[in-house]
Write a protein that binds this ligand. Structure first.
Ligand code: ADP
Ligand code: MG
Ligand code: MG
Length: 255
C-alpha cells in the first residue's frame, strides 16, 4: 500500500535543515504499525510529509502509494486517495460546526472512495453511529470546531474523524499522549475497531503505553531522521524497559 524509499526531507524554507535522512518503510493493507522514537527524531515530519504538508521538501527518495508516486500530489489529492492525518485546528472556528466540517470532508473524498455523497440527514446518521465508538455525546457534532475541546476530546475527535472518513491509510500522531487511562482505552478501542483487512494504521507515539491495548504488527524506532530498528511488539517492550540509548549507540557505531 505505502512504500517509502530512501526518503530525505528538509524544511522548505531552510534547505540546510535536514530532518529525514533516508527513511525506508513498507506498509501493507491490514497492518498496524507503530513508529516510536525520542522527541525531535522526525516522527511527526514523516507523517506530515506522507500527508503532503507544504512546509517540507523531499530532496531524495520517493513515496509510493499503491505503486505510484504521490510526491507531486497536493495534500487534498492525497486525502482523496484515502490517506488520513487527523486535522487539527489551532483555533476555534466560530459558526462552523464539527458536523458540517466533517460532512464537507466526507463528501469531498466520497466519489474517489467509491461512496455516495451524503445529505445533512444521512450524514448525521452516519456521524452519530461513529460517535458511539469514541463515547462522545451527540451535542459534540453541533459544537463549533474546537470550541472548548478538552485535551482528551481533541484526541478522541481524531479517532472520530477517522471513523467518519474511513480512510485507507491513517496516521495518528501522538493520539495517545496526555490521555487518562479511560480515554486511552476508548482511543485504543476505536483504533482496533477501525483497523481491518483493507486499511492500515500508523501509530506515531513516544510512549509504549497505548501498545498495551493496540497490537501493532510492526514496531519501528526512528532516531535522528532514520528508522534505526524495526521489529515486533517485543521491540516496544524492550524500549519501555531500556529506553532509546542502546539504539542511539548502535546508530553512532554504524555511522
Ligand atoms: P518528532 O515528531 O519525532 O518529535 P518532528 O518531526 O516534530 O519530531 O521534528 C524533527 C526535527 O525537525 C526537530 O528538530 C524539529 O525542530 C525539526 N522541524 C520539524 N518541522 C520543522 C519546521 N517546519 N521548521 C523547522 N524545523 C522543523
Ligand atoms: Mg490487522
Ligand atoms: Mg511529533
Amino acid at each position: 500500500m505505502l512504500e517509502i524509499k530512501d526518503l530525505h526531507v528538509c524544511v522548505e524554507e531552510d534547505p540546510s535543515e535536514k530532518i529525514l535522512k533516508g527513511v525506508n518503510l513498507t506498509i501493507n493493507e491490514g497492518e498496524i504499525h507503530a513508529i516510536m522514537g525520542p522527541n525531535g527524531s522526525g516522527k511527526s515530519t514523516l507523517s506530515k510529509v506522507v500527508a503532503g504538508h507544504e512546509a517540507y521538501e523531499v530532496t531524495q527518495g520517493d513515496i509510493l502509494y499503491n505503486g505510484e508516486s504521490i510526491l507531486d500530489l497536493e495534500a487534498d489529492e492525497r486525502a482523496h486517495l484515502g490517506i488520513f492525518l487527523a486535522f487539527q485546528y489551532p483555533v476555534e472556528v466560530p459558526g462552523v460546526t464539527n458536523k458540517n466540517l466533517l460532512r464537507q470532508a466526507y463528501n469531498t473524498i466520497a466519489e474517489e472512495q467509491g461512496r455516495e455523497e451524503l445529505d445533512p440527514l444521512q450524514f448525521e446518521d452516519h456521524a452519530r453511529e461513529q460517535l458511539k465508538l469514541v463515547d462522545m455525546k451527540e451535542e459534540f457534532l453541533e459544537r463549533s470546531v474546537n470550541a472548548g475541546f478538552s485535551g482528551g476530546e481533541k484526541k478522541r475527535n481524531e479517532i472520530f474523524q477517522m471513523a467518519v472518513l474511513q480512510p485507507k491509510l491513517s496516521f495518528l500522531d501522538e493520539t495517545d499522549s496526555g490521555l487518562d487511562i479511560d480515554a486511552l482505552k476508548i482511543v485504543a478501542n476505536g483504533i482496533n475497531e477501525l483497523s481491518g483487512e483493507d486499511n492500515a494504521v500508523v501509530l506515531v507515539t513516544h510512549y509504549q503505553r497505548i501498545l498495551d491495548y493496540v497490537q501493532p504488527d510492526h514496531v519501528h524506532v526512528m532516531i535522528d531522521g532514520k528508522i534505526a530498528k524495526s521489529g515486533d511488539k517485543d521491540l516496544a517492550i524492550k524500549l519501555e524497559e531500556q529506553g532509546y540509548d542502546w539504539l542511539t549507540d548502535t546508530v553512532s557505531v554504524n555511522g
